[in-house]
Design a protein around this ligand. Structure first.
Ligand code: ASP
Ligand code: MG
Length: 307
């Protein structure tokens, strides 16, 4: 079992989705795969921007138009006609569900739970698009909302995960999965005991993927991104950032907790707990070695992971 996490730029364009499909098709004969995806690039920032402007200047109609166009343009570039028609109907139906959430924005200052319900829309729209792209390419796939899998407390905006309940929920879910299917799970989100949507903090999809890998006892987490592996800092923001080829899990955990590596600070906690290696790879350059983050004493298995 391998968990594959794809970030916002990897799912944010038709080219990205085509690469994702190829990566999944190549991996499927060898492993059972579970995907975890971020929102399409730019979407969570847009959602956060509307929240920041609410209540004064929030325009729910403009928000809905943006969300429709952002997803429909990518879908049009990747899905064939019948699949595109089905997806468009599904997108419209989903957006009408979110209308009631978004129309609350101009009315009052958004509460903490409303904020998370808004922020979660990005992943809730991306997972069905990725699943549709996989199905259209012949890979059985369904989108799965992580609210049913990842249990958290009610600290909206940076919820604390209950790993025990999460494991139970993930185990039940796994038992119902089709053997040859590739489920696509929303990153970033969970739900509290009352079923209210929570988020794990910005950039939380990495953490979600690691939590899923741990709860599924996966042998490897692959993190597919638009850069060629891990760097000492975010290479897009920091010119002094240097590539890292290999790292021990405890070192990675310490670096991420200190705000380095450009990953959510808790991303490595489930991997350390489960002794699960991480392979960071580039969607645009899938043959590159990327970065391996390995449990201490795992050196012998590295060559087989990198293949
Ligand atoms: N979409 C969320 C964010 O942009 C989570 C993620 O991408 O990891 O923060
Ligand atoms: Mg993102």
């Amino acid at each position: 079992m391998k968990v594959l996490k794809f970030g916002g730029t990897s799912v944010g364009s038709a080219d990205g989705l085509r690469s994702l499909t190829t990566i999944v098709k190549n991996g499927r004969p060898h492993h059972r795969l579970v995907l975890v995806v971020s929102a399409l690039s730019g979407v969570t920032d847009a959602l956060a921007g509307w929240l920041a402007r609410a209540p004064e200047t929030a325009d729910p109609d403009a928000a809905l138009r943006y969300l429709y166009t952002r997803h429909h343009v990518v879908a049009s570039g990747v899905l064939r006609r019948p699949a595109l028609q089905r997806y468009t109907a599904q997108l419209q139906e989903r957006l009408s569900r979110y209308t009631s959430i978004l129309t609350q924005l101009p009315a009052r200052r958004p509460s903490a739970d409303l904020r998370d319900a808004v922020l979660a829309i990005g992943e809730r729209l991306s997972a069905p698009l990725v699943a549709a792209a996989l199905r259209d390419a012949g890979v059985p796939s369904v989108a799965q909302d992580a609210a049913a899998l990842v249990r958290t407390d009610s600290t909206f905006g940076r919820a604390v995960v209950d790993t025990r309940v999460t494991r139970l929920q993930v185990t039940d879910w796994r038992a119902q999965l089709q053997d040859d299917g590739v489920p696509v799970v929303t990153g970033f989100i969970g739900a509290d005991a009352e079923g209210r949507t929570t988020t794990l903090g910005r950039g939380g999809s990495d953490y979600s993927a690691a939590l899923l890998a741990q709860a599924l006892d996966a042998h490897l987490l692959e993190r597919w991104t638009d850069v060629r592996g891990l760097y000492t800092a975010d290479p897009a923001q920091d010119a002094t950032a240097e590539p890292i080829h290999q790292l021990d899990l405890p070192d990675a955990q310490a670096l991420a907790r200190a705000g380095q590596l450009g990953m959510h600070p808790q991303s490595f906690d489930p991997l350390v707990a489960g002794n699960i290696p991480l392979h960071v790879r580039c969607t645009r350059a899938p043959t590159e070695k990327g970065t391996l983050v390995v449990p201490v004493g795992f050196t012998k298995r590295i060559t087989s992971l990198a293949s």
